[in-house]
Ligand binder design. Sequence first.
Ligand SMILES: [Fe+2]
Ligand SMILES: [Fe+2]
Length: 137
Amino acid sequence: MNETLHAAPVKIGEKSIDTEHDLQMQMLDSLSEALQKGGDFSPSRYILEQFIEFSDMHFLSEQLVMRLHSYPGYETHLEAHTRLMKKVRKIRESVFRGENAPSLELVEELRDWLLNHVASEDVAFGEFLREKEGRSA
Ligand SMILES: [Fe+2]
Ligand SMILES: [Fe+2]
């Protein structure tokens, strides 16, 4: 397994969010493995549906915490989540068409994108939360 391809996400410092990011990456890795194996597409479809359900929940919960704390970057962050889910739908179409290599490529792209999102936008939100907690302490 390529180490850089399957690098772990950066920690943002909020335990539950960090755990969810780890799970998102693990699901994408399982999806890549299933696609690499080729053959029957039903495991890939199943993992992808799980990823979609879990990511919807994760993004909604992140957005909820942002709103609770009147995060000024909320709108931009919401747009980033929407763009990500658009990419996921593209993968879904490709997987359901039974395209192996193109699906795999899209999954690797998504993984990179998600790692970058966590390392920049999610980290920025984590810092905002810590600063806020620091001020009220
Ligand atoms: Fe996130
Ligand atoms: Fe996010």
